[in-house]
Design a protein around this ligand. Structure first.
Ligand SMILES: Nc1nc2c(ncn2[C@@H]2O[C@H](COP(=O)(O)OP(=O)(O)OP(=O)(O)O)[C@@H](O)[C@H]2O)c(=O)[nH]1
Ligand SMILES: [Mg+2]
Length: 199
């Protein structure tokens, strides 16, 4: 098993709508989650490249479907999606983004798994639960990250992780729960391992 960082990852394109996406071939893992939960930061931590995906303190940074080639063969891709639940954009814009993400999720044959990222301090918001339910219906494997674990004590972080595992016990779809921190790299090795299993 190769658990070294995905150091050769490359940004290959940004797509404002789900039309004209790269060819639907190979395997993809999409990073989803509420705005500001740390999707782009986790991608940078996985690749050990702080400049790969743009991150921001302000929610709503990623506004398009961004593709990254993870290995040099271009067969395995990570897709960084715009965050949901960002209150400051207009309702119309929010629903348009939502529709593009939904279209991508519903139609993409090469989508092998979702990495659903939540802030460990506020997990399982309504949109997260909807996405988890949707994966369960489609039997699409999930990696659930409780990110920003550095914001809690180790003790509290393990408590939240164990309780999240319990909440998800009822799922029949393959899933893993990992507490992560893009800041201090907690859980990144475990995430690499799971992605390598699911890709
Ligand atoms: N303390 C801490 N901060 C984090 C962590 N991950 C991300 N952040 C910070 O959270 C903010 C948002 O991170 P992004 O990676 O841009 O979040 P995103 O989910 O891609 O956001 P959108 O693109 O807006 O949907 C940035 O200020 C990051 O530095 C983490 O594990 N710990
Ligand atoms: Mg982002």
């Amino acid at each position: 098993m190769n658990n070294t960082f995905f150091q050769n990852a490359k940004f290959t394109g940004s797509y404002p709508t789900s039309e004209d996406l790269p060819l639907d071939e190979g395997t993809e893992i999409a990073f989803c989650g509420r705005s500001n939960c740390g999707k782009s930061s986790i991608l940078n931590a996985l690749t050990n490249n702080k400049k790969l995906a743009k991150t921001s303190k302000t929610p709503g940074r990623t506004q398009a479907i961004n593709f990254f080639d993870i290995d040099s063969t271009g067969v395995f891709k990570i897709v960084d999606l715009p965050g949901y639940g960002y209150a400051k954009v207009s309702k119309k814009m929010r629903s348009e983004w939502g529709q593009e993400i939904e279209k991508y999720l519903m139609t993409r044959k090469s989508l092998n798994a979702l990495c659903i990222i939540m802030d460990i301090r506020h997990p399982f918001k309504e949109d997260d639960l909807k996405l988890i339910d949707w994966c369960e219906t489609k039997d699409l494997p999930m990696i659930l990250l409780l990110n920003k674990a550095d914001k809690l004590s180790n003790n509290k972080a393990s408590q939240v992780t164990n309780s999240a595992k319990k909440t998800l016990q009822k799922l029949s779809t393959k899933h893993h729960v990992i507490a992560t921190s893009a800041t201090n790299k907690t859980g990144i090795a475990a995430l690499l391992e799971k992605i390598n299993e699911l890709k």
